[in-house]
Design a protein around this ligand. Structure first.
Ligand SMILES: [Cu+2]
Length: 68
């Protein structure tokens, strides 16, 4: 399944890497795709991801998850 979130504060390729790495650590995540310009992040995973774990991962990376 795919989850799309919006992340604030990413400005360059390093930001993209940091967010991608943290999200990849979540259980069952198979792919993370970041669009730097829009801040849109698409996550593929085998099970549903909770908003709270996504928020924690984004926070760990040093950015902010936009609540939807
Ligand atoms: Cu950066």
């Amino acid at each position: 399944m795919q989850t799309t979130i919006k992340v604030l504060g990413m400005t360059c390729g390093h930001c993209v890497s940091a967010v991608t790495m943290e999200l990849s650590l979540l259980p069952t995540v198979t792919e993370v795709s970041v669009d730097l310009e829009s801040g849109q992040v698409t996550i593929s995973s085998d099970s549903a991801l909770e908003q709270a774990q996504l928020a924690t991962a984004i926070d760990e990376a040093g950015y902010e998850l936009v609540p939807n």
